[in-house]
Ligand binder design. Structure first.
Ligand code: BTN
Length: 242
């Protein structure tokens, strides 16, 4: 069952479900709206990248109004990653499903899902709206991407899109309420328990740095252990494993 907090609407095609839900948010739509599209013509990924969106995969955006401080809205990427992790594990119970900072879900080292958060911005004290966009590769996955990709089907999972959506929304409801009632501590611990650790290369806007995964801090920043023993906290970047 889909948790009663959510109202699911389905479109055959749209440019980007994130764009549609942003428009709805700015027009005053209450939180809990979930927009699912069968395909997108201008799906958006992180850092301005394109998210290829042919029919057969899950494209969904959720509207929340978390009333949190602007700098806390990024914590929802960990909440969402845990929900995607649970949905994937339900289909592939034997698979090695891991979380890659900041918000990717990997199966056997390949990306199966991505998360794009957009919010009303940092000008105001409180976040007025937060759009959580999620793409999960269910029946196909793109080639030639920055990071190797896979899909549920390619890993041997046969599943209906609606079952993946239901599992994701159940997880999202659980983890958003955990964040609200218990704070980031519990979400952080659960995220770390599923994190892909080890040697990594982090691409920042103007340089690349190498080190060992050292966890995430209380603000959700990546802690990178450098060769000289120092630790660096990273707010934004792309991670590649050795
Ligand atoms: C990433 O780069 O990993 C994030 C990908 C997010 C894709 C989803 S698909 C549904 C929603 N609508 C979009 O245009 N993007 C997000």
């Amino acid at each position: 069952m889909i948790p009663p907090f959510f109202r699911v609407r389905v479109l055959d095609v749209t440019s980007s479900t994130n764009e549609d839900v942003k428009q709805a948010a700015m027009a005053g739509e209450p939180e809990g709206l979930v927009l699912k599209a069968k395909r997108q013509t201008a799906g958006k990924g992180r850092q301005g990248r394109v998210w290829e969106s042919p029919e057969g995969n899950l494209y969904v955006s959720v509207l929340l109004r978390p009333q949190c401080a602007a700098q806390e809205s990024g914590l929802f990427s960990f909440v969402t990653a845990l929900a995607v992790h649970e949905a994937v594990l339900k289909v592939l119970p034997q698979a090695d499903v891991k979380l890659k900072w900041p918000n990717d879900v990997l199966v056997n080292g390949k990306k199966i899902g991505g998360i794009l958060l957009e919010s009303s911005g940092a000008e105001k004290d409180r976040v007025e709206w937060l759009v959580i966009g999620v793409g999960i590769n269910v029946s196909s996955h793109p080639e030639g991407t920055l990071y190797p990709t896979t899909s549920l089907a390619a890993e041997g999972g046969q599943v209906e899109l609606d079952d993946v959506l239901e599992a994701f929304l159940n997880g999202l409801d659980h983890w958003r309420l955990t964040l609200r009632h218990d704070g980031f501590r519990h979400v952080r611990r659960s995220w770390l328990a599923q994190a892909q650790a080890g040697a990594m290369r982090v691409r920042l806007s103007d340089e690349e740095i190498c080190g060992q995964f050292g966890g995430i801090d209380e603000k959700g920043r990546l802690i990178l252990r450098l060769a000289n023993g120092a630790e660096q906290a990273i707010e934004a970047g792309d991670v590649f494993f050795a």
